[in-house]
Design a protein around this ligand. Structure first.
Ligand code: GUN
Length: 292
């Protein structure tokens, strides 16, 4: 049977480590790291994710600011808020929660954030730093995946890693991290790749980040592979009080028995995204206060 990678447990360990560091900072009479979050509109899933981020700040002792703006906000006004946070000396890092209203350009908003405050790791400078000797603030979700593999002592060097999904915030940066820090041989596919299973079946480490529940079946996985599922799609489920559940991209029940390691959904990669955000915020704080 596989080892089930417990992202919740690892994220809790990371939070404890950060809380200890924050306590030491406060004990030495310095101000705590401060994260700000801009959220637009009333999308339920976004508010749930952001609630988790705020709770995590509280748990580790960070200061936090939540800015809720209407979905009717103009692009110009949103960019002004970003400029203000860029200039605010009390803010160490901030994120603009996605998705944004359709009339606001995600690229413009992301590119406006100062790289040293970009704790999501979305800006081009932070993205590019993945392939340098001095990575800056790494994209949160792939950073979380790399940290999980490190803590579970999963060997990546020389292994064949197949990543399905090439998004800017998950698949693309993870592929680079696997190549550069993981020293793996990387194949990047997406959901349009012809004969996808031919590639996925070759993977020692298979990472899926597409957002298509059940995409990966047992025919697509090599016996003994490590399977990392980044997909989190809300699907209707009348047996749940909320009326939905989170579904990964991997058909867990049939794939898990063949794996050496596998991440469940929920409770695998998801909690690590928040842990990475906290790690990045602490790093941004340390860089600003010259403690890094
Ligand atoms: N929306 C879904 N995931 C994320 C994330 O990691 N960061 C931001 N800013 N928005 C998101």
């Amino acid at each position: 049977m596989p080892t089930i990678i417990d992202g919740k447990k690892v994220a809790a360990e990371i939070k404890e480590e950060i809380a200890r560091k924050v306590k030491a900072i406060k004990d030495s009479e310095q101000r705590a790291p401060h994260l700000a979050i801009i959220i637009s509109g009333d999308d339920g899933a976004s508010h749930t994710y952001v609630g988790g981020k705020i709770n995590a700040c509280k748990a580790v002792g960070f200061d936090y600011t939540l800015m809720h703006v209407a979905s009717s906000i103009s692009e110009t006004k949103l960019l002004q808020h970003i400029d203000n946070l860029n200039q605010d000396p009390d803010i160490d890092g901030f994120i603009v929660q996605l998705p944004l209203p359709d009339h606001v350009s995600v690229e413009k908003a992301t590119d406006r954030i100062l790289p040293e405050k970009d704790v999501d790791g979305f800006t081009n400078q932070n993205f590019g730093s993945i392939v340098t000797e001095h990575p800056l603030l790494l994209p949160a979700t792939p950073f979380g995946v790399m940290e999980l593999m490190k803590r579970y002592k999963i060997e990546t060097k020389g292994k064949h890693c197949v990543v399905v999904g090439a998004s800017r915030i998950a698949g693309a940066p993870l592929s680079l991290m696997m190549m550069q820090q993981g020293l793996a041989t990387v194949t990047i596919c997406h959901m349009y790749t012809e004969e996808l299973e031919k590639h996925t079946k070759e993977a020692d480490i298979l990472v899926v980040a597409v957002g298509k529940p059940g995409l990966v079946t047992k025919q697509m996985v090599k016996e003994g592979a490590v399977v990392i599922d980044i997909g989190t799609t809300r699907v209707e489920d009348s047996t749940k009080k909320s009326g939905f559940r989170l579904a990964g991209d991997v058909n867990y029940d049939e794939v898990a028995p063949m794996c050496s390691y596998i991440t469940p959904v929920p409770g695998g990669v998801g909690p690590m995204t928040i842990a990475s955000l906290l790690m990045n915020t602490l790093k941004a704080y340390e860089m600003r206060t010259n403690q890094a």
